[in-house]
Design a protein around this ligand. Structure first.
Ligand code: SF4
Length: 64
C-alpha cells in the first residue's frame, strides 16, 4: 500500500446516471453511492488496491 496516495473521485468524469459498478468490485466495501450520485470513498477502509481505478470505464476514480 502506498501511504502517499489517496483515492480521488473525479466527480466531473462521473455521468452520475447509473448504479456505480465499481462499488461492487471493492473488496473492502469502501465505496458508497447515494442514488445515482458519484461514489464516495471511506479512506479508513480503502486499502488502495486500485481495483476500482482499473474498473471504472470513465476513469472517474484515481489513486494519486
Ligand atoms: S482502491 Fe481498492 S479498496 Fe480502495 S476503494 Fe478502490 S477497490 Fe476499494
Amino acid at each position: 500500500m502506498r501511504d502517499d496516495l489517496t483515492l480521488v473521485v473525479k466527480v466531473s468524469r462521473c455521468p452520475q446516471n447509473h448504479p456505480c459498478p465499481a462499488v461492487r468490485v471493492c473488496p473492502v466495501d469502501a465505496l458508497h453511492q447515494v442514488g445515482y450520485g458519484a461514489p464516495t470513498v471511506d479512506m479508513d477502509k480503502c486499502i488502495k488496491c486500485g481495483k476500482c481505478v482499473r474498473f471504472c470505464p470513465t476513469r472517474a476514480l484515481a489513486l494519486e
